[in-house]
Design a protein around this ligand. Structure first.
Ligand code: ZN
Length: 245
């Protein structure tokens, strides 16, 4: 049975297919990750082919057939194309990293409207230049990890439940999570967070702290930690190519 579906979607990727067509992959509001073929999409006069471009937010119409991996795209209207992101090297780099995460780590047809809204929101903030692209990316990465089901529990020691905010140093074990100095005797510390770095992590996970300024070195350490954390939970995940960490 074929259904006609209409949904908002972000274009994650577009590749050539045969001499005339293109195949695009989307993260959609109503159907999760979906791939579809754009017939004659390689033709320079193809309106749909031009609208469906990486990073664009579109309203998509496609024919969905069960048991078919590649759906047939019949229409696309442009909603936003994020011109300020596309003219800035740093913004392109981190937006590409976001698209890559969605492309590689979401499950086909698994619906997550909250993730879709988070994606639209982060692109809006990148477009406006609300914070540095790298910081916005890190915020998104933390949110994304949570949406995948591996939320980081930051505020309390996983072992003794002690509040960690006043600790001088906070420790982390990939198996057990964050813990305090006293519990160090029982758990192996695989990552050490000095007070400042731990505070930055707290700020990044909580909106109430507002905008923050962080040195490049520190934010890189946090991104590397998060990537490692993600690959601990998802062994097939080998890092983010767009960032070449
Ligand atoms: Zn403890």
């Amino acid at each position: 049975m074929t259904k006609i579906n209409k949904t908002r979607a972000i274009v994650l990727r577009k590749i050539n297919y045969s001499d005339t067509s293109k195949i695009a992959t989307f993260y959609t509001e109503e159907f999760g990750r979906v791939s579809g073929i754009i017939k004659s999409g390689r033709d320079s006069k193809s309106k749909i082919g031009a609208i469906i471009d990486q990073m664009n937010l579109v309203e998509l119409v496609f024919y969905q057939k069960e048991n078919r991996d590649i759906q047939l795209i019949s229409q696309a209207d442009l909603i936003l194309h994020y011109p300020h992101i596309k003219e800035d090297y740093e913004k392109i780099k981190y937006s590409s990293a976001i698209l890559e995460l969605l492309y590689t780590l979401t499950i086909e047809n698994e619906i997550n409207r909250k993730l879709f809204r988070g994606l639209i929101k982060i692109f809006e903030l990148l477009e406006k230049g609300y914070e540095e692209a790298k910081i916005l990316f890190t915020r998104f990465l933390i949110f994304f990890i949570k949406e995948l089901g591996y939320e980081l529990q930051l505020t309390k020691c996983k072992h003794c439940q002690k509040e960690l905010e006043k600790e001088e140093t906070v420790f982390f074990n990939f198996e057990s999570g964050f813990f305090c100095e006293e519990c160090k005797i029982q758990i192996q510390a695989e990552v050490v967070f000095e007070k400042e770095l731990y505070k930055i992590m707290l700020c990044l996970t909580n909106k109430k702290y507002g905008k923050i300024k962080i040195s490049n070195k520190k934010i890189d350490r946090i991104i590397m930690f998060l990537v490692k954390y993600l690959s601990f939970h998802i062994p097939e995940f080998k890092g983010i190519k767009s960032l070449s960490y």
